[in-house]
Design a protein around this ligand. Structure first.
Ligand SMILES: [Zn+2]
Ligand SMILES: [Zn+2]
Length: 103
């Protein structure tokens, strides 16, 4: 189970709902990335459960080596530092009390 936080930029008004770092869901481990082309934040799956692994047993994780922006398809993505607005470079703030639990 992972939590999705809401981040907002006080400078340009950009908002994103992301985990803000490493997170783990049932079928994937995710990390928050920013795209240098469309300047969006997103959680990308960095490891996924091997569909061949037996259910119920300890799942096998496969590393995803082909990370792409979910919006524009660019491979120009890098790990977000947890605070910098991808649009304008200002420091984003986490909106408290607005957390979505995801599973
Ligand atoms: Zn901004
Ligand atoms: Zn993009």
């Amino acid at each position: 189970m992972g939590a999705i936080y809401r981040y907002a930029c006080p400078s340009c008004g950009y908002e994103a709902r992301v985990a803000g770092g490493k997170s783990a869901l049932m079928m994937a481990k995710t990390q928050t990335y920013q795209c240098d082309d469309c300047r969006e934040l997103m959680d990308l799956a960095t490891e996924v459960v091997d569909p061949e692994s037996e259910s119920g047993a300890r799942p096998d994780w496969i590393l995803v080596d082909d990370l792409k922006c979910t919006r524009c398809g660019s491979r120009n993505v890098r790990i977000w530092d947890g605070r910098t607005c991808p649009k304008c470079g200002a420091t984003m703030v986490e909106i408290e009390g607005d957390i979505i639990m995801a599973d």
